[in-house]
Design a binder for this molecule. Sequence first.
Ligand code: IMP
Length: 201
Amino acid sequence: MELWIATTNRGKLLEFEMILEPLIKEGKLKLKTLGDLDTYFPPEETGATFLDNARIKARSLKAVRPGAWIVAEDSGLAVEGMNGLPGVHSARYAGPKASDFENRAKLLKIMGLKALANRNASFICQMVVFDSDGQEHLFDGELKGTIAKAEAGKTGFGYDSVFIPEGETKTLAELGLAFKNKVSHRARAVEKLLELLRQKP
Ligand code: IMP
């Protein structure tokens, strides 16, 4: 079975690969991404919620791969003391073409300037899956934690190096991918997807 993932983000793909590895190793699953399409024009992520944006991405890929298994997820960081920002704007927080580094720098700067005492935050993942019959399945996941005062660590992507998961003292980027894939928002959603895929012949 082929599963088409609506992403070009290598960090996300690596996480999908690690969690879906049992099925991949058994030869039952092959992952494909937007990079495997000859031409593809990604839709604008104009939704007001993670679910809206995940649906926009899933439907857009389904339009060019009808009948295939499709998965799209939208995810981001919601900081309590900033009314849930950067939220759906996480990827473009510091501007339309901002790098992960620029996004993190902006977040730390604003939180520093506001002298926010409440540094609680959550990573949120909303996933939309279309099976080969076109039926929609929704999965989600959340990882609670706090925002560090400075970056630390090298693994992962996005805001991993400024996010300290609940109960830990190090950032996700210091704790490493094996740790992240046991607890992360995306891991929780992908685990549910794995269960669904296992039920299918
Ligand atoms: P998306 O690709 O439109 O869903 O944007 C997701 C953005 O949210 C990423 O570019 C990151 O900035 C942030 N993000 C989502 N998941 C993670 C994660 O697991 N670690 C760190 N940052 C993340």
